[in-house]
Ligand binder design. Structure first.
Ligand code: PLP
Length: 432
């Protein structure tokens, strides 16, 4: 019935998360409310770390892709679980610094890092710059030189593997705003350029083939393509690239239609492919990074809302209005993402009503889910939208001057606030 393990139903028929009654959480903290289960997050981090130990002699490290949900508590958990961070902005770097994160374990991504962000990242001792293009390479070399520093870099490569949820194709795919194309020789030229520069050291190559992927094969194919490129660099330029970053994209369950593979299986298969290619090219086995974001926090999170109205339009549909919407979860409005919605106080009842869950913004497209089945809804009910831990808070906005919700962490029946609810005062604090 439920998509994630941290959820259950108690004797009152209420949905629970991490041992906490969701109706009690809604009452104590108000709605809309993001709720995350700490045990699920930590267990997922550990399963990635253990998969390196089990299948790759511990010769790798997961980096939590903090774009999925960047906040101080998540950085603290990542630090605690001995994993690094993938950041994409000065703001995400600042968040890591504020949580006293070991900055050498931070990789800085992005297709348009500004000069200010680059300076800030160098001052913050970020461990690696994942360079996206030649302008950035030049700018980074110049800024590092001016600051009297030498920085470690990686290149973001488009390996030409395009992975969608249940299938993948090798496309040569050069139409992406991210990275250097392999097919056109652009990536090889960039490597040659980097070798001429004094203030950067190229020791890693990176690729990221997509998101919400349920197949291992595209990851294996991408790893092989990247190893072939590392082999070419060794053979033609005499340089050994010692680190390989294979990105994120591991799928999670939003509804019962989704079938994620156990995350362990990924390293099991990829390690075989990488070791074989290393042997083929006479290369040392590279240190591997992966960058899971969605899979670390997605299923650990739910969002609670209160129903404020119900509008039955005969022969059309029934709208159920909630006290949040596209401001806290824009994913349906953006790309019609599937979600499971439950009536939290009737979690033991059959889903016998078909409704459309509408947000409160002045926008007709402000919907959370259309034509979804749910146990009969009344005004005042608490609804739970499942698997909202990733790309919900991090994409939240203040459209219509709606304050962002609070976020609560639950663990073993206890709850604590990790992000406060925004106040009206917060909304105007930068207005002059
Ligand atoms: N790494 C890079 C470079 C990405 O662009 C992304 C997502 O866009 C991720 C990691 C995280 O992907 P996911 O959250 O699907 O694991």
């Amino acid at each position: 019935m439920f998509v994630n393990d941290c959820l259950n139903v108690n004797e009152k028929g209420h949905l629970t998360i991490g041992g906490c009654d969701t109706l009690d959480l809604a009452k104590e903290y108000g709605t809309p409310l993001y709720v995350l289960d700490e045990n699920v997050i930590r267990e997922t981090c550990r399963s990635y770390v253990n998969s390196f130990k089990k299948f790759y002699d511990g010769n790798g490290m997961p980096l939590y892709a903090s774009k999925a949900l960047s906040c101080k508590e998540l950085c603290r958990i990542a630090k605690d679980e001995n994993i690094g961070l993938d950041v994409v902005s000065g703001g995400e770097i600042y968040t890591a610094l504020q949580s006293v994160f070991p900055m050498e374990k931070v990789h800085f991504h992005g297709n348009n890092k500004t000069a200010d962000e680059i300076k800030f990242a160098i001052e913050s001792k970020v461990g690696k710059f994942v360079v996206d293009n030649l302008y950035e390479l030049e700018l980074l070399d110049k800024i590092a030189g001016d600051m009297g520093k030498k920085v470690n870099i990686s290149f973001r490569i488009k390996p030409g593997v395009d992975a969608h949820t249940h299938n993948f194709i090798r496309t040569g795919q050069i139409d992406s705003k991210f990275g250097f194309a392999l097919e056109t020789g652009e990536a090889f030229e960039a490597v040659k350029e980097a070798l001429k520069l004094n203030n950067v050291t190229l020791n890693e190559l990176h690729c990221h083939i997509g998101s919400q992927i349920f197949d291992i094969d595209p990851f294996v194919t991408a790893a092989e393509i990247m190893m072939d490129f590392i082999g070419k660099i060794k053979n033609e330029l005499g340089i050994t690239i010692s680190e390989l970053n294979l990105g994120g994209g591991f799928g999670i369950m939003y509804t019962s239609k989704d079938e994620p593979v156990p995350y362990e299986n990924y390293m099991e298969k990829v390690s075989v492919a990488v070791k074989a290619k290393s042997a083929e090219y006479g290369l040392p086995v590279p240190f591997i990074y992966i960058e899971p974001g969605r899979s670390i926090v997605g299923e650990a999170g739910i969002t609670l809302y209160t129903v404020g109205g119900k509008k039955e339009i005969p022969n059309v549909r029934t709208y159920v209005s909630i006290d949040g919407g596209m401001t806290d979860n824009i994913r349906y409005a953006l790309y019609q993402s599937d979600y499971t919605v439950l009536n939290a106080g009737k979690a033991d009842k059959e889903a016998n009503e078909t409704v459309t869950i509408a947000g409160k913004c002045c926008e007709s497209g402000d919907l959370i889910q259309e034509h979804t089945k749910i146990a009969e809804v009344e005004v005042g009910d608490t609804l739970a939208v499942l698997s909202t831990g990733a790309y919900n808070y991090s994409m939240a906005s203040n459209y219509n001057r709606i304050p962002r919700p609070a976020m609560v962490m639950v663990k073993d029946g206890k709850s604590r606030i990790i992000i406060k609810r925004e106040s009206y005062e917060d909304l105007v604090k930068n207005d002059i």
